[in-house]
Design a protein around this ligand. Structure first.
Ligand code: HEC
Length: 677
């Protein structure tokens, strides 16, 4: 109920404000002949009478918005009526402050309208009113979803423009309607012709405005969805958006009919019965259009207050399939089919357009393009359709860090390795005995092609008809996500075989698994803390085999850290005793990680492979010493596996050269996400 009232307030205020802005804008630019304005019963007087009421409605609506947002933001509905809570909300939050600014702007608008419109009519009055009416609208965009990510002109301007354009179109409608409703009384010729020019001007303006409105709408929507197109059919935001588009389609259809069929009748000078009937039609449809436009506004305000699609959490995907464009590229035939279908669909659209313009009979106009479009979809969609499950779009609740990955690796060894093999290669002890061979989770690009939600589904529920069992009874939700994170790191780790001692400039591809650590020198932190500051070198060492290397790094320490903007973290690959730890801490000037070193090692071992040594058999080889270079944005860029990659970074120059290259790079991609996906 509370939510409904607050949406109603938003809607009333927005609608009134848009009508004011649009009507004044329209009058300011179409103002031409004084004659219409001097007829006492003219539609203009009626419209102007409405203006003061509308301005009052804007103020009231914005006060309701201020009150209800106070209630929502403080989580206590009764605060909506508590002036003390309002005060706090206004002075302590940006949203509250902007709500107040809007009330003030609306009050000024009210005063301006009441003052100016009482005087004699003049074109500039309407211009000034339109200007003042635009201010509360623009202020509103500062608390929109568009401004939530980033408060900048680029992010707000398209939305502000969208709102103002909506005002120009929607606000012009009442003028349109009043003229037509009044036309009963104004059957003298001069007025009729004048009115007709007004209508035509509006109609001319409406087309480009509508095109721009749709373009800005697409820009705004694209930002709210990002790449999560599936949310269009599975989140409240998506459904509301579809509803909005559907209403818009009806409105456009009516507008098209009005413009092409009925409007020409209206400007006829000689009235006969047929024309009267036509005008009666026009009146009916314009009324319907206005009602639809009001509904559209209601959906739009609700949409503006719904969680944007890109943030929606889809716990339950409603369809047993989904479309994935990368699945088409697997087979060239599939790809060819998809593009032929696409081409056919484009032809269908062209036919539809031609049909409308060349005035084909309705059978050809509708059936031909529809049949072609249906055929196009039948050809294009199957190649990109893949199976999906309710969990397909679920997002992991557990962040992708070494703690989770390492726990996942233990669970995998315990529950999965017998079939899938110790390294996930699909060659476990029992593999030969099974009727279907277990999936290769290491080298095949499974995890890249499937969503993490799919993995969750398979692990929780198994794969029917095969020997892959479900683990929902044995493993907790968190356990399953840990295993999913492990599988994710496993296959990304396999990709890391392409890394070497030299970076590939400008290609950050593999995220460095993050971790929290504490070190022997009392320091502690998060690997993420280095982002945007320093490159990081992780030194995985064995004791005492790595002693020489650690001494070398000690001597190079200043050069690496000071001159080349890097931090060094040493991570023991085996458990060290107190004595050893003291010895090493005395030796090296950089932190030696104590807590979580086992988890960190477990995880980074997955990234150990070099191109020449695929290392797929058995449990895999355990390197003695390896080092990883992470750039300032959190990506693994180079690795030296001392056993297989020769002299490598023992040449400190080779190491610092890579750092110098990294320091020249700017941010290419934002840092990796906290969660697997
Ligand atoms: C009894 C043997 C067995 C055990 C135990 C087992 N799996 Fe499987 N798994 C299979 C088989 C067989 C398949 C292949 C199913 C198919 O053909 O679609 C499979 C398929 C999968 C798939 C689907 C891969 C894909 O891309 O289709 C995943 C993921 C998976 N297993 C993960 C696991 C995990 C994680 C565990 C341990 C928690 C596990 N499996 C335990 C036999 C097993």
């Amino acid at each position: 109920m509370f939510e409904f009232i607050s949406n109603l307030g938003r809607w009333a205020q927005l609608t009134a404000n848009l009508i004011l802005f649009g009507s004044c804008f329209f009058l300011a630019i179409t103002w031409q002949k004084k004659a219409v304005l001097e007829i006492p019963s003219s539609w203009l007087s009626r419209l102007e009478k409405g203006f003061t009421w509308l301005a009052a409605l804007v103020v009231i609506g914005l006060v309701v918005v201020l009150a209800s947002t106070t209630g929502e933001a403080t989580g206590n509905v009764s605060n909506a009526l508590d002036p003390a809570a309002w005060q706090q909300f206004i002075w302590q939050t940006k949203v509250g402050f902007i709500a107040l600014i809007r009330v003030i702007l609306a009050t000024i608008l009210f005063i301006v309208i009441a003052g100016l419109l009482r005087k004699n009519r003049a074109r500039w009055h309407y211009g000034v009113c339109a200007l003042f009416a635009s201010l509360p609208l623009i202020a509103g965009t500062f608390v929109s979803h568009s401004s939530a990510d980033e408060m900048s002109l680029v992010s707000i301007a398209p939305f502000a423009l969208h709102i103002l354009l909506a005002g120009i179109w929607f606000g012009g409608l009442p003028v349109f309607m009043l003229i037509i409703l009044n036309s009963n009384r104004e059957f003298d010729k001069v007025t009729r012709v004048l009115n007709a020019t007004f209508l035509e001007k509006f109609s001319d303006m409406a087309l480009p405005v509508m095109v721009l409105l749709i373009v800005t709408g697409l820009i705004v929507t694209d930002r709210m969805i990002e790449d999560d197109y599936h949310t269009l059919v599975s989140s409240p935001y998506g459904w509301l958006l579809n509803l909005k588009l559907m209403i818009l389609m009806f409105i456009l259809a009516i507008a098209y009919k009005v413009r092409n069929t009925w409007l020409p009748l209206f400007s006829q000078v000689d009235i006969n019965d047929q024309i009267r009937r036509g005008i009666a039609h026009l009146r009916k449809w314009i009324r319907l259009e206005l009602i639809l436009a009001l509904a559209l506004m209601f959906v739009a305000t609700t949409l503006a207050n719904t969680l944007p699609a890109k943030h929606a959490i889809i716990e339950h995907w409603p369809f047993p399939f989904r479309f994935a464009f990368d699945s088409a590229s697997e087979e060239s035939l599939d790809e060819a089919l998809f593009w032929s279908g696409f081409l056919l669909f484009s032809i269908a659209l062209c036919l539809a357009w031609m049909g409308m313009h060349l005035r084909w009979n309705w059978k050809n106009k509708f059936f031909l393009p529809s049949a072609l479009a249906a055929a196009a979809m039948a050809i294009a969609l199957p190649p990109i359709t893949i199976e999906a499950y309710p969990e397909t779009y679920m997002k992991p609740q557990i962040p992708l860090d070494t703690l989770s990955i390492s726990h996942g690796s233990q669970l995998f060894a315990e529950h999965c390795a017998d079939c899938h093999g110790p390294q996930g290669k699909g060659n476990g002890r029992l593999a030969q005995t099974l009727s279907t061979s277990p999936a290769d989770l290491l080298t095949e690009p499974h995890t890249v092609r499937h969503t993490v939600g799919n993995f969750y589904h398979w692990i929780a529920h198994g794969v029917p008809g095969t020997s892959m069992p479900g683990f929902a009874e044995i493993l907790t939700d968190e356990d399953i996500w840990d295993v999913v994170n492990y599988l994710h790191a496993l296959s990304r780790g396999f990709d890391a075989r392409l890394l070497g001692t030299m970076i590939i400039p400008e290609v950050p591809a593999i995220a460095a698994p993050v971790f929290y650590y504490s070190a022997s020198d009392g320091s502690s932190g998060d690997l993420k803390d280095f982002r945007y500051k320093k490159n990081t070198i992780l030194v995985f060492f064995s004791w005492p085999q790595s002693q020489q290397r650690l001494i070398q790094l000690k001597h190079a320490h200043e050069r690496v850290t000071q001159d080349h903007n890097a931090a060094i973290l040493a991570i023991p690959m085996q458990q060290l005793d107190q004595q050893e730890l003291l010895e090493i801490s005395d030796l090296v000037p950089f932190p030696v990680v104590t807590e979580e070193s086992a988890e960190i090692t477990d995880t980074y071992l997955l990234y150990r492979r070099v191109r020449a040594v695929p290392d797929l058999n058995g449990a895999g080889l355990m390197p003695v010493h390896m080092e990883f270079m992470i750039d300032r944005f959190g990506y693994l860029r180079a690795r030296w596996n001392a056993q297989f990659e020769g002299f490598g970074w023992q040449n400190i120059n080779a190491l610092t050269q890579q750092l110098a290259l990294l320091n020249q790079e700017d941010e290419i991609m934002p840092p990796p996400d906290d969660h697997a996906h």
